[in-house]
Design a protein around this ligand. Structure first.
Ligand SMILES: [Zn+2]
Length: 299
């Protein structure tokens, strides 16, 4: 049977602005507001009709979300690396468990990991003095988190925005360190202009590649040159502007993607996380995305 196209999200969802400002003090164990924000994100995503949702990454900005709970990291304005980076115990797992019990049975959950290269590039290293070594220690820690996520999520997505600026020669090995042998499908999200990295990206050791095809539709031409077995998550609504794309516009965009990727086009999503959009705009974009998915699936 032909696989149905699924609608998904990349990760983050809007939360009230004061929460972002307070992020430094946002040790949420004492603060139950994070649960309200997960409720809100999951409620919006499911009522929009999205098939594969996230917890909204509500607890912390996407770097501190991980570095706050890893050994060797100290949080100031940025994360400072002050010792060996090691896994200390579940990071996002409690939020995934919480999100999962809010979901209807037919809705899946994406567990999102901020990628090791992006964590490395976003930290001030006062310990390793070698980017590659730090990146691999982050990867080992993220692998441990991925193993804990397996029984709670349907897809594990690695969010590596920094790969769009620089794809290190060890990128493939680094991502493989997290994904090798995992029993869930894995997705690599790299937003930005990845046109020069397409030959390397199509060889990445993941099941699904996720890129911002809506803001950067020229990427279609680059991917066309490098046929691959990788499945594709097509960015189909923008995350960086307020205009809500119509259902017809999204359908036309996805059909263009399907003409290039054929049956490998298995997910459609916003171009990136939606954190910076107003909540009502984020919701309307998801709603139209879901409606477009239904039309394409022939319902
Ligand atoms: Zn992104």
């Amino acid at each position: 049977m032909k696989q149905k196209l699924k609608t998904s999200v990349i990760g983050s969802y809007p939360i009230p602005i004061d929460t972002l400002g307070l992020a430094q003090d946002y040790f949420s164990e004492q603060d139950s507001s994070w649960a309200d924000y997960i409720n809100q994100a999951v409620h919006d995503m499911t009522s929009a009709g999205i098939n594969l949702v996230s917890d909204g990454q509500t607890r912390d900005p996407f770097i501190q979300l991980f570095t706050r709970k890893l050994k060797g990291c100290r949080i100031r304005e940025r994360t400072e690396i002050v010792g060996p980076v090691e896994y200390h115990g579940p990071i996002t797992v409690p939020d995934q468990i919480y999100a999962r019990q809010l979901l209807p049975r037919n809705v899946g959950l994406v567990g999102v990991l901020t990628g090791p290269f992006t964590l490395t590039k976003s930290s001030i290293d006062s310990f390793y003095h070698g980017e590659k070594e730090l990146a691999f220690d982050f990867a080992v820690a993220l692998r441990a988190e991925a193993e804990h996520l397996l029984k709670h999520v349907d897809v594990i997505s690695i969010d590596e925005p920094c790969f769009s600026n620089e794809l290190p020669d060890y990128a493939n090995e680094l991502i493989g360190c997290i994904t090798k042998g995992l029993s869930r499908p894995t997705r690599l999200h790299v937003c930005g202009d990845v046109s020069q990295s397409v030959p390397q990206l199509v060889d990445m050791p993941v099941d699904i590649l996720s890129h911002e095809f809506k803001a950067s539709p020229f990427l279609f031409d680059f991917f066309k040159e490098y046929p691959s077995e990788r499945k594709i998550c097509v960015g189909a609504v923008r995350s960086d502007d307020l205009r809500v794309e119509s259902v017809e516009e999204i359908v036309a965009h996805v059909k263009k993607a399907m003409a290039i990727f054929g049956g490998n086009c298995i997910q459609i999503a916003p171009d990136c996380g939606q954190r910076l959009l107003p909540r009502n705009i984020a919701f309307l974009k998801l709603k139209n995305l879901a409606a477009a998915g239904e039309i394409i699936n022939g319902r």
